[in-house]
Design a protein around this ligand. Structure first.
Ligand code: IDP
Ligand code: MG
Length: 141
């Protein structure tokens, strides 16, 4: 178990005006924000970030969507952060997400599902490192 995870408020949620509400849930659920920035990914960055999905049929749709608008990338700290954040965001498909989860409340569709969450400690470290330099992350976690 590790304390670090990585989150993105995706372009649909930013466009729909949900960023503040999602950050409020992050804080109310006792995550510490170690780093956060507003950014617009290039298609190439989105392809690199989601390389693990490059053979999936939705890879082009996903990387086009993720580079279609502004998003917020966030490094989070909490005991068992990866599982805690995945539980808070809910299932990938909002139609299957539990009541009270972020995707249930804010996602538009399976593809445009409001937020990202790392799925393992190893991927959390890789993903934080993909978008943040060490100097940009609060290091006392
Ligand atoms: P996750 O985000 O819950 O970890 P993954 O299976 O890792 O889900 O998929 C990454 C992202 O790709 C999803 O969050 C969603 O935006 C998108 N996605 C997954 N499956 C589909 C699909 O069948 N059609 C379109 N987009 C999809
Ligand atoms: Mg995933």
């Amino acid at each position: 178990m590790n304390n670090l995870t990585f989150a993105i408020i995706k372009p649909d949620a930013v466009k729909n005006g949900y960023s503040g509400l999602i950050i409020d849930r992050i804080i109310k659920n006792d995550f510490k924000i170690l780093g956060m920035k507003f950014m617009r990914m290039t298609k190439a960055q989105a392809e690199g970030f989601y390389e693990i999905h490059k053979d999936k049929p939705f890879y082009d749709e996903l990387t086009s969507f993720m580079s279609s608008g502004w998003c917020i990338v966030i490094a989070l700290n909490k005991p068992d952060a990866v599982n805690e954040w995945r539980n808070l965001i809910g299932a990938t498909n909002p139609a299957e997400a539990s009541e009270g989860t972020i995707r249930k409340d804010f996602a538009s569709s399976l593809g445009e599902n409001a937020v990202h969450g790392a799925d393992s400690d190893e991927n959390a470290r890789r993903e934080v490192g993909f978008f943040f330099s060490e100097a940009q992350i609060i290091s006392n976690h």
